[in-house]
Design a protein around this ligand. Sequence first.
Ligand code: ARG
Length: 583
Amino acid sequence: MNLLLENKINQVLSEIFKQNQLDEKFAVVKVSDRPDLSDFQCNGALALAKIAHKNPREIATIIADNLQKYDFIDTVSVDGPGFINIKLTNEFIAANTDKIADDERLGCGTVDEPHKVVLDFGGPNVAKEMHVGHLRSGVIGESVQRIERFIGNDVTSDVHLGDWGTPMGMILSEIIATDGNLEKVTSYDIAKITEFYKNANIRCKEDETARENARKVTAELQNGNPEYRSAWQHLRNESVNAVKENYLKLDVNFDLWWGESDAHETCGEIVKLARAKGISEVDEGAEIIRLEEGNKPKPPVILIKSDGGYTYHTTDIATIKMRVDQLHAQEIVYFTDSRQQLHFEQVFEGVQKLGIAPDVKLKHIVFGTVNGADGKPFKTRDGGVMNLETLIEMSKDKVRASLPKPDEVAGYGKAEIEKLVSQIAVAAIKFQDLKNTIASGYIFELDDFAKFEGKTGPYIQYAIARINSILRKAKTNGLEPAAIMLQAPEERVLALKLAQVHNVIMRAHNEKEPSIIADYTYNLAQIFSTFYNACPIMSAESKKLAGSRLKLAKAVRDVLTLMLYLLGIEAPEVMLKAENQGE
Ligand code: ARG
């Protein structure tokens, strides 16, 4: 059960609608967009009047008159063409806020029908250094994973490693071209492996025979050449270890480390199935599924290339089959940038033709790119691609510079400072990303993103640490949180904001849009700040009022912490930054 204030109003409205033979479907309120006039608004009279060809103000007045009789309603007015504006009593809001503050889930419910969701994000490639382009998929995916779990869905996250395409043949043939064979492969670390891959790219760009060779090696690797397989296994392991290290730093987590290669067997089944269904055909030596159906013709799905190798289409289609058969996925969501839009449209249509995922929701979420100040994809100073590791280190340097040095603060040696540095740096990176709607790209703000003011991760962490400090101080002074009462307007505004937690999380879930949570979190921190300036806690007029305000503060701390958690961000107890200002 959620603790939305709307529930009670909607329930009463339904009664009123029923008694007056009005369609209950319209007995709903929404949070008012005129908080100066009301807390909630019901626009049902307008819709009803249209259907019944009646005067909306007349209908609205009947509803309002009935609503006014309930004692949790403070005021009701009919405004404009027939809007019903509702204000709740402070007592009712206070009692609800009290329940939220005491609730383990802070008033949030779960979905009515939990289902199995597979999230496909990250998607790094073997032998390719992770760069800033990999940031968004990991950061957004991790947040969505936490949101989906929190609202009750059964989630499996899978990194879907790019470990089976032509790049694999390119790198193996590059090593052979350089060393004469693959004997030294097991001595190569990730730096060496990525170097080979870079050289392979250059060579294949210039030389058609090298390209042809790489294709052949890829096909042989896929067909089980033991020497290629064992060299490839080493490359894959080294890459996975490097990728894991990067994701660990960013607190991005996966249940499964399946790769394209794991779908190999199933690729064969897909090809057989397509043949059996008569939906595949051979075209210039390749085996394809044509997709001319629908209103938007697309290039065909290529199941097998003319050289015999499977493609990115085949591995993705086979992976869907595995996720449905083995993981029992009811929904699969992918997170990539817009360049893969066509790929997923083809894959989804191919899957539909094959009939391997009936009733499974397939969704591709497309995000915009991370840009530099010039609006073009973010680059290093010398124009290269910024690798992820450098980006993380850069952010840490920035944060480190604004914190005390090790042992300057009692209990904070090097290890403790470094832990804090990474918690804050990761918050800065992730919040800067997640505060933007997924679809839009954003400019990576080198100067402001790690600041403790403005719409940043560290600002929210700081707000939490500040409340922690208030709570500690209250404890030493023997003040306990007490029943919430709302007197000052700032207390009321804060309580109303706290009552929205459930809706905010549900919207983020429905729209797969963590920025909704980021926005709310920032607003709540600001509203708290206004409240705290206007409503002192320790020096409140009475102990009861002090206890009430303390409970409000604690609830804000808990909600902010939950919200950061859902964004994949940690909330340190202490921030070592001027947090003792104020009381
Ligand atoms: N490895 C791919 C790339 O680097 C991304 C993988 C996305 N997921 C998928 N199932 N295709 O572009």
